[in-house]
Design a protein around this ligand. Structure first.
Ligand code: SAH
Ligand code: SF4
Length: 384
């Protein structure tokens, strides 16, 4: 049997080309996209304003299919986490964080991650494979339908599977901060980003879609041209020596190159700053010396610093900085005029916080073994 074409994987260009191949006009692609992404249709017989023969054609060769949900948890603070089965014993996680003025969905881009950062539980699991565009968008499609259904049910006092209506903004922001390094799955991630922005799909503004990267320099440049969305860069250390020990990719793309790429990105970015994420690791990157070094970096680029309390997991061998230390560190930065925020940890009770997304990864590399060995190597800066 031929494999069905999963419509969740087609951005506007791909869908328009496909619809043309079937002999239909471009506006049919827009209608179809609205049914799939805005109205959350999962069956073709729901698409009542499409001609019957077109529906029959879609029925014969297409599907609208998301990865299966293995578990779904809701935290006491309203944070939700889904674990999706992506086949062959791999599972990825997606998190929804509701706040007063927005709802942020944190999406995964890979099963595992090959960057192998010392402080990241995904990194400790090794790498299996890239997710497809349909699997990336499937997380958004499903999360939206699920949240709509429970809100609809709460509103109506029933357990009806309320359909998503057009123009709702329950998910107002998407961040590629789940499992995986999005810029190492560039070809599948970019069409997914385009769908998030597409007015006939999710219609989010570029400022509300964020790619977070550990610093894959050539792809930062490509993203600037292909789909400039908000950029967050995982900095985590203010000098190359320390950063290379925390994020091995830094040996390939050291800080000077990374900052230069960020500066080039700003010419295209929807925001006039880059967000630098900085995990606070006790006695590793959180001293006054580090804060002063970080201030020097902020002089080279328009940026904001987001301090993230480290979320510990046993295999890391690392410890979270105390709240007092985080406050002191933030104060040094702010006194120097650096815009600094401290990330609130959400969804702690369901292990949904940053860096806790573990899913399940059948490692096809030797990364998880190597990480086991590395955890006993102390992190030391040569230059003090
Ligand atoms: N690969 C990308 C995006 C996924 S990680 C990246 O590294 O940017 C998303 C964010 O979670 C990154 O800033 C990452 O550094 C952070 N993170 C990873 N492990 C963490 C941990 N244990 N505690 C807190 N944040 C963590
Ligand atoms: Fe990969 Fe990001 Fe985790 Fe590093 S922090 S291992 S790049 S997911």
């Amino acid at each position: 049997m031929n494999e069905r074409l999963n419509l969740l994987g087609l951005d506007n260009d791909a869908l328009t080309a496909q619809v043309a191949e079937w002999g239909h006009k471009p506006f049919r692609a827009k209608q179809l996209a609205r049914w799939v992404h805005q109205r959350g249709a999962s069956r073709f017989d729901q698409m009542t304003d499409l001609a019957k023969d077109f529906r029959a054609q879609l029925e014969s060769c297409c599907e609208i299919s998301t990865p299966e949900v293995i578990t779904r948890k809701i935290s006491s603070d309203g944070t939700r986490k889904w674990l999706f089965d992506v086949g062959n014993n791999n599972a990825v996680e997606t998190v929804f964080i509701p706040e007063d003025d927005r709802g942020t969905l944190c999406i995964s881009s890979q099963a595992g991650c090959a960057v192998a950062c010392r402080f990241c539980s995904t990194g400790h699991q090794g790498f299996n494979r890239n997710l497809t565009t349909a699997e990336i968008i499937g997380q958004l499609w499903h999360a939206r339908a699920d949240i709509m259904a429970s809100q609809g049910a709460a509103r109506l006092g029933t357990s009806s599977n309320a359909q998503a209506t057009e123009n709702d903004r329950i998910i107002s922001n998407v961040v590629m901060m789940g499992m995986g390094e999005p810029l190492l799955n560039y070809d599948q991630v970019v069409p997914a980003l385009k769908l998030m922005l597409d007015d006939n799909a999710y219609g989010l503004s570029r400022r509300r879609v964020t790619v977070s990267t550990s610093g894959v320099v050539p792809f930062i440049d490509r993203l600037a041209k292909d789909c400039p969305v908000a950029l967050a860069v995982s900095l985590h250390a203010p000098n190359d020596d320390l950063r290379s020990q925390l994020i091995p990719l830094n040996k390939k793309y050291p800080l000077a190159e990374l900052i230069a790429a960020c500066n080039r990105y700003l010419d295209y970015a929807p925001r006039d700053f880059i967000t630098f994420e900085y995990i606070m690791l006790d006695n590793i990157n959180d001293t006054e010396k580090h804060a002063l070094e970080l201030i020097e970096i902020t002089k080279q680029i328009r940026c904001k610093i987001n301090l993230i309390p480290f979320n510990p997991f046993p295999e890391s061998g690392l410890v979270r900085s105390s709240n007092a230390r985080v406050k002191q560190f933030a104060q040094i930065l702010m006194d120097a005029g650096v815009v600094t925020t401290v990330r609130k940890t959400r969804g702690d009770d369901i292990d949904a916080a940053c860096g806790q997304l573990a899913g399940e990864v059948k490692d096809r590399t030797k990364i998880s073994e190597r990480m086991q060995l590395r955890k006993t190597i102390p992190i030391k800066e040569e230059r003090m």
